[in-house]
Design a protein around this ligand. Structure first.
Ligand code: SF4
Length: 214
């Protein structure tokens, strides 16, 4: 991997290009910036598209509009609603349990520290960083599949391990840029730097000699 000075210089270049290209990047989960809804929707998004999660969430939050109501959901009914998102046994269980924790252990408010967020059922660092960055304005690297793949291809990192990717990007991305940088990587990954068949010929970073690993 390049030394940190070169990685920082490259990161600045990448941030500038992506900012220009995707000035309004934001989370594509339509939670209305409601912390609890975003948390549960992000859980549903594992191995599912954001589009489907948005569709399913309309009926989900109509039936369970508060953490209390979801905490007391009939598990079979909840499973049936989230079934289109896949892994529905586990997801329904996590949704009910995390809603119970938020409703009865945190007074209805989603906590705003990494330590507390990680105690919620089904919540890992990726979800926690998204909540911290998008809801509470705290620096967080959302180390998802796009972020890991693209930052490695661009030479900003050298790992596919989510935690190490987060650490390596935290060394070179300024705190105030972290949340939006990750959203921009998602947009860039969907449009150009796709997992299979990246569109390198028309890419603004084609001179970087990227590795083409997925
Ligand atoms: S040149 Fe290809 S691999 Fe590199 S960032 Fe662009 S699309 Fe991705």
């Amino acid at each position: 991997m390049m030394n940190i000075k070169k990685r920082k210089a490259r990161a600045e270049q990448v941030m500038a290009v992506l900012k220009d290209r995707y000035p309004d990047s934001d989370c594509t989960l339509e939670s209305g910036k409601d912390a609890w809804k975003l948390l549960e929707m992000t859980r549903l998004a594992a191995q599912c598209t954001d589009k489907r999660v948005n569709e399913v969430s309309i009926g989900l939050f109509r039936k369970y509009p508060t953490p209390e109501s979801m905490a007391n959901a009939d598990i079979c009914e909840l499973e049936e609603i989230v079934r289109p998102c896949g892994l529905y046994h586990m997801k329904a269980k996590d949704l009910r349990e995390s809603s119970r924790q938020i409703a009865y252990e945190y007074g209805g408010r989603v906590p705003d520290t990494m330590e507390e967020l990680l105690k919620l059922s089904g919540v890992g660092r990726k979800i926690a960083n998204l909540i911290l960055g998008d809801i509470y304005g705290k620096p967080g690297i959302v180390s998802d599949t796009h972020c890991i793949r693209i930052s490695k291809r661009l030479g900003l990192t050298d790992t596919t391990d989510p935690r190490k990717n987060e650490e390596q990007l935290s060394e070179i991305i300024p705190v105030e840029e972290r949340a939006v940088f990750c959203h921009r990587l998602v947009d860039f990954g969907r449009e150009i730097c796709r997992a299979a068949h990246p569109l390198c010929d028309g890419c603004p970073f084609r001179e970087f000699n990227c590795t083409k690993e997925k």
